[in-house]
Design a protein around this ligand. Sequence first.
Ligand code: PLP
Length: 384
Amino acid sequence: MGELEEHTQWGFETRAIHSGQAPDPTTGAVVTPISLSTTFAQEQVGRHRGYEYSRSGNPTRTAYETQVAALEGARHGLAFASGLAAEDNVLRLLAAGQRVLLGNDAYGGTFRLISKVHTQLAWSAVDLLDLDALARDWPDDTRLVWLETPTNPLLRCFDIEAICAIAHERGAIVCVDNTFATPFLQQPLSLGADVVVHSATKYLGGHSDVVGGFVALDDDGIAQRLRFTQNAAGAVPAPFDCYLTLRGVKTLAVRMERHCANARAVVDLLVGHPAVERVLYPQLPDHPGHAAATKQMRDFGGMVSFTLRAGRDAALRVAAGTELFTLGESLGAVESLIEHPGQMTHASAAGSPLEVPDNLVRLSVGIELAADLVADLAQALDHV
Ligand code: PLP
């Protein structure tokens, strides 16, 4: 057993609602209380009931950490104040001069964190679809492979199991950003990954009302180091944020099923529309990484990207021309969002190997009625 209780006998949906969330022993409350106390009474110096000070540990955070760790099939779960704070903690595992291999499509903020904040590290952006090249051109100083799958925003899918085999043979660990897939669709630790990170701001929270991050892992030694930095650097989420995310995660399975179904309806429209140049969605047989997605994911997710034949201005017009799809950053919540990655979420990757096409539009397909979403997008495309 890890430091958290495991509930492997329960299915995913049951763990989401019960892991870490037994009724409160003093009152019987079935909803996890929001523990606002920053400090906890001690019976004697150094003798307490598991909590001393809320940065180091908090009961609401423990419930949420137990819940999400159970969903990732992880022995350890650590919550952070944002996805980037979670990533920052993982990157601190490396010593100066060690190299991160980053897939050449990833969230722009991850690239900014590695290249502009962790300047003590070496990094290379590589095509993780080309496994032969990865094995052949492997830089010897690599200690960490960082991959998103599906990626933000091109939705490329990488073979987690194959990449882990290559990295482990060469003495590196693998961190998978599971934000887009969520543990409902894909469980990277079961495929050999060492560490999983999340922007909990997205599908885990699911309602665009909380910023958060999460790290899940099995290795006790790495977990101990991350737990130390979580406390020592202190980028922890507030109890209310833990409560909101825990509440969101309870419905993750049903939300993800609807996100995937709605995304399919939107993809059907886009594939047949004359204004659209290319649709990027892992279910499409010609999509980069379709085979990996089919192998390692339960379904293909709620994110859809596409390019416009008429170029950048057409992409900007579509992004501004919808009513139900709100023009905005972020993703993974109940309401649908549309954005232009080149000028919004991925502006920080401009001029880098991670730069995205300027005729690209990204959709976060929500859980509204599919027919309403399709009609909204169709009218915006018809006006391009
Ligand atoms: N990882 C991915 C795939 C993301 O899309 C994002 C944010 O958009 C992050 C990490 C960063 O998370 P946060 O915004 O919660 O710091």
